[in-house]
Design a binder for this molecule. Structure first.
Ligand code: RTP
Ligand code: MG
Length: 135
């Protein structure tokens, strides 16, 4: 079993598609083991996206991700990391395949509805950051 951190970003919450995203995760057969709505502070956002600290879009990304409540989930299953990233689709929603979350619901690269950990290392780090008490 593998775990991944999923975020339904503030744009997804604002658009009212939390249920839609959760439903796609469940339909796929992945298990939700933690779920919480919260608004990130700047420090947590910077830590979460630390691999992008030198990118030109970092400041704007931190502002976006702290700009309203988001939903954080820990999702479990065989190859959960890869499985969720396949559900999410490509980073740029314009090129994300229709049928994926980003392909179906978004048009702009920053406001792309969801985050999913990209490796076992990232998943472990991110789950600890969001859910330090999760066993
Ligand atoms: P995520 O980390 O959110 O799951 O997305 P990802 O792996 O598909 O994409 P990543 O390269 O890690 O980028 C993180 C998030 O930064 C925003 N972004 N903006 N303005 C831009 O050019 C740009 N590029 C990326 C997106 O919100 C992306 O999901
Ligand atoms: Mg990423």
């Amino acid at each position: 079993m593998e775990r991944t951190l999923v975020l339904i970003k503030p744009d997804g919450v604002r658009r009212g598609i939390v249920g839609e995203v959760v439903s796609r995760i469940e339909r796929k057969g992945l298990k939700i083991v933690a779920l919480e709505m919260r608004t990130l502070d700047t420090d947590t956002a910077k830590t979460h996206y630390e691999e992008h600290a030198e990118k030109p879009f970092f400041g704007s990304l931190v502002e976006f991700i702290t700009g309203g409540p988001l939903v954080a989930l820990v999702v479990e299953g065989g190859r959960a990391i890869e499985a969720f990233r396949a559900l999410a689709g490509a980073t740029d929603p314009v090129t994300a395949a229709p049928g994926t979350i980003r392909g179906d619901f978004a048009l702009e690269v920053q406001q792309n509805i969801v985050h999913g950990s990209d490796s076992t290392y990232s998943a472990e780090r991110e789950i600890k950051l969001f859910f330090p008490d999760l066993g």
